[in-house]
Write a protein that binds this ligand. Structure first.
Ligand SMILES: C[C@](O)(CO)[C@H](O)COP(=O)(O)OP(=O)(O)OC[C@H]1O[C@@H](n2ccc(N)nc2=O)[C@H](O)[C@@H]1O
Ligand SMILES: Nc1ncnc2c1ncn2[C@@H]1O[C@H](COP(=O)(O)OP(=O)(O)OP(=O)(O)O)[C@@H](O)[C@H]1O
Length: 291
């Protein structure tokens, strides 16, 4: 019996914290990051059938690109290389998230492609070939596979158990300037083999929203300064969100340039988003829940 079209959401990833703990000999950086997911994202559909193709539509389709450059196809090919008899088909990506923006749009699309192929081929959710394909495609793809709040370590391959933390009313702001991940890590200037002694932050379950934000405020995103060196407008975005009277915390996600603001209520987030859109009509401003 053939399956009809299958759909998966590809939510935006938000690094609520991001500490760089060192740099491996191969150049990749060791991270300690609390990763959560937004209610907003892209949508990926797979129509199972012969061949492997991708059509991309939506507001940011052009920037994401079609064909073999797209992480959806790269993820499918990585899984096919491990499982050559795999059923594939036609993917359609509805691309809404800004590209090269630090909110893992491409990684989340790749993870959604792997989930769709796993469903179409009745692979177990924890199939080791799926996990290996995720690791091969990108450092952020493993955490996007399950898309649940958790601490992430190593270069992205170490995933700690999911955490039940309060959902946070959030405004995401992207100044529409790309911050390429490799360039931002390069600007950090850490030598291969370097280690930074730092205690891994712990997040107790049962925290209130207010307590969680207080704990987050003690943390950092260590890529903010190098991202600002690559794209100075990131500083302006952090300052502008942080200046909203009801904003509890303004910080960059991932390697930027997207910045998030955390608020006590959806109403406060919506009001801040209106003010930000009025102040910077050209920027991408989205309200959402994170966690
Ligand atoms: C910064 C984060 O967004 C935090 O979640 C991720 O670590 C980035 O994940 P990603 O975009 O999937 O990264 P990849 O596509 O695997 O790598 C892009 C480039 O970023 C650098 N990179 C990435 C991840 C990492 N832990 N250390 C690195 O140094 C490498 O130069 C690499 O060539
Ligand atoms: N489906 C896709 N969506 C977005 N970008 C894609 C996609 N496929 C390939 N790319 C390419 O991947 C690069 C990274 O895009 P992406 O939006 O994932 O970056 P990011 O948000 O900075 O990711 P991260 O937070 O994981 O570092 C872009 O330069 C883009 O050309």
């Amino acid at each position: 019996m053939s399956l009809g079209p299958l759909t998966e959401r590809a939510p935006a990833k938000v690094n609520l914290t991001l500490h760089v703990l060192g740099r491996r000999a191969d150049g990749y950086h060791l991270l300690d990051s609390l990763v959560a997911f937004a209610a907003r994202g892209d949508t990926l559909t797979l129509e199972p059938g012969p061949g492997l193709s991708l059509r991309v539509t939506g507001p940011t389709a052009k920037a994401a690109g079609e064909g073999t450059d797209n992480l959806v196809i790269r993820a499918a090919q990585a899984l096919l290389a491990r499982l050559p008899g795999l059923d594939t088909g036609r993917f359609h990506l509805l691309k809404r998230l800004p590209v090269a923006a630090g909110i893992g749009g491409g990684s989340s699309d790749a993870a959604a492609a792997l989930r769709l192929l796993a469903r179409a081929n009745r692979l177990a959710p924890d199939d080791p070939h799926v996990a290996a394909a995720a690791r091969e495609v990108g450092a952020d793809v493993p955490v996007c596979l399950e898309a649940r709040t958790r601490l992430m370590g190593g270069a992205g391959e170490t995933l700690f158990p999911p955490l039940a933390l309060p959902r946070l009313p959030t405004v995401l702001v992207n100044p529409r300037v790309p911050a390429p991940t490799a360039a931002v890590f390069r600007a950090l200037g850490l030598q291969p083999g370097a280690t930074i002694a730092a205690a891994r932050q712990a997040f107790a379950e049962g925290l209130t929203r207010r307590d969680l934000i207080a704990v987050l405020r003690e943390a950092r995103n260590d890529l903010e300064a190098p991202a600002i060196a690559v794209a100075p407008v990131v500083r302006e975005a952090i300052d502008l969100i942080g200046a909203q009277p009801t904003c509890r915390l303004a910080r960059m996600s991932g390697s930027g340039a997207t910045v998030f603001g955390l608020f006590d209520s959806c109403r406060a987030a919506a009001a801040a988003a209106r003010a930000l859109r009025a102040a910077r009509p050209g920027w991408w401003v989205a309200t959402t829940m994170v966690g």
